[in-house]
Write a protein that binds this ligand. Structure first.
Ligand code: ATP
Ligand code: MG
Length: 341
C-alpha cells in the first residue's frame, strides 16, 4: 500500500494558508485514497523550535494542532488513517543523523527557506534551523511516502529528500527508500495546477506565515471571525481600480479571489468571471470576509467538540503504528550501512 504523508509544525497557531495549502489537500486525498493508501498526518513537534517559541504554551499547541486535523475532516475511525507526534517516534532522529552523513553541505546550503528565515531571526540562527530539511527527509523516507501534500514553499525541501533517497539507493540498494514523487506528480495527484501559496494580507508579494509577528498579515484558525473579517476588509490591494486576476500587478486581489475559490470549493475561473469588469474592491472583500468568517465559526465549533480524551485515543493507535513502520525501516537502513547484521 502506498503512503500519503504530511505535517504542520506546531510552533504557532496555524493560519488559513496552512489550512488551504496543507490540511485541505491532505483531507481531500484521505477521502479519495483511505482504502488504497496509508494516510499519515503527523505533528512535526521537533521541527517547532528551530526558531524561538513560547515553550510554556507548546504542549497545549501540539494537542490543539491534532484537534485541528480532526476538525478539518480527517476520518480517524478509518484504520488506514494515522495521527502521531514525531517526538514519540525516535526513529525519526536516528534516521536524520544517518541522512545527514549522506547530504553534501553545499546542497543543504542552497535551501532558500534557511536563507530567508536566518535573515528574519538573525539573533538566533541555530544548527537546527539549518538541518531541519534533513529531519524532514527522514520524516518522509521512514514511511516510504510517495505523496506528500505541501504548499509551494516546501517543494525545495521535498526535492532535497528525493536527492538523498536517490543517492542512498544508488549506493546501497535501489529498494532502500521509495522515491517521493516529483513536484509535477505531487501537484497532479492533488488535482492542482501548481503548488498553493496563500499570500500575506499586508504584503501580498510574500506568503502568509504563521510565525509572522504582524497579526494583520495572517488569519489564524483561532481568530475571532469578526476580527478575521476586519483583516480581510483592510487587506492590502492596489490602485489599478479594476478587479482582475493578475498575480504580478494585483497580487492582493488575486489572493482574495484564490481564498474565496478554495473555501467555497469553486473553480478559480468561475470566481474570476463573477467579478469580470467590476471596479469595487469592497464588494470582493465583503464576500471573502463573509466566507472566511463563516468557515472559522464552523471550524471552531468542531474543534470545541473534540476532547483531550479523543486526541489521546487517536495518538495511541497512531504512535503504535508509526513506531512499528519506522523501526522496521530504520533496521533495514542500519543493515544496509553495516551497523547491523
Ligand atoms: P512558519 O512561518 O512557522 O514556517 P508556515 O505558515 O510556513 O509557518 P509550516 O509549518 O512551515 O507553516 O508549513 C506547514 C504546511 O503549510 C506546509 O505544507 C507548507 O507548505 C504549508 N504552507 C505554509 N504557508 C502556506 C501558504 N501561505 N500557502 C499555502 N501553503 C502554505
Ligand atoms: Mg514554513
Amino acid at each position: 500500500m502506498q503512503t500519503i504523508l504530511t505535517g504542520v509544525r506546531a510552533n504557532e497557531e496555524p493560519t488559513i494558508g496552512n489550512f488551504l495549502g496543507a490540511y485541505l489537500p491532505m483531507i481531500n486525498l484521505s477521502h479519495e485514497h483511505a482504502n488504497d493508501s496509508q494516510i499519515n498526518m503527523f505533528v512535526p513537534d521537533l521541527h517547532s523550535f528551530t526558531t524561538p517559541i513560547d515553550h510554556s504554551k507548546f504542549y497545549a499547541q501540539i494537542i490543539k494542532g491534532i484537534k485541528y486535523y480532526m476538525a478539518a475532516g480527517l476520518d480517524v475511525d478509518n484504520p488506514n488513517v494515522h495521527i502521531y507526534r514525531q517526538s514519540r517516534v525516535p526513529a525519526h532522529c536516528e534516521l536524520a543523523w544517518i541522512l545527514d552523513c549522506f547530504t553534501p553541505f553545499g546542497e543543504a546550503s542552497r535551501m532558500t527557506q534557511f536563507k530567508e528565515k536566518s535573515e528574519e531571526h538573525k539573533e538566533s540562527v541555530t544548527v537546527g534551523l539549518f538541518n531541519y530539511p534533513v529531519l524532514m527527509a527522514a520524516d518522509i523516507l521512514l514511511y516510504d511516502a510517495k505523496y506528500v501534500p505541501l504548499g509551494e514553499d516546501q517543494f525545495q525541501h521535498l526535492e532535497l529528500a528525493r536527492n538523498i533517497a536517490i543517492r542512498m539507493n544508488n549506493k546501497f540498494d535501489q529498494e532502500l527508500f521509495t522515491l517521493p514523487a516529483s513536484e509535477a506528480e505531487q501537484v497532479k495527484f492533488m488535482h492542482l495546477e501548481k503548488g498553493l501559496r496563500i499570500r500575506s494580507l499586508t504584503d501580498p508579494t510574500k506568503k502568509m506565515s504563521k510565525s509572522s509577528t504582524n497579526e494583520k498579515s495572517k488569519i489564524s484558525l483561532s481568530d475571532d471571525p469578526k476580527v478575521a473579517a476586519k483583516k480581510i476588509m483592510s487587506a492590502t490591494t492596489d490602485s489599478e481600480g479594476v478587479i482582475r486576476f493578475d498575480m504580478v500587478n494585483q497580487p492582493g486581489i488575486g489572493n482574495l479571489m484564490a481564498i474565496e475559490a478554495l473555501f467555497t470549493h469553486r473553480d478559480l475561473q468561475d470566481v474570476i468571471s463573477d467579478y469580470a469588469g467590476q471596479t469595487r474592491y469592497g464588494d470582493l472583500k465583503t464576500k471573502v470576509a463573509d466566507t472566511v468568517s463563516h468557515f472559522l465559526s464552523d471550524f471552531q465549533e468542531k474543534v470545541a467538540n473534540i476532547s483531550d480524551g479523543d486526541v489521546e485515543r487517536v495518538l495511541e493507535q497512531g504512535e503504535a503504528y508509526a513506531n512499528e513502520v519506522a523501526d522496521k525501516k530504520l533496521h533495514t537502513v542500519q543493515k544496509a550501512l553495516g551497523l547491523r547484521k
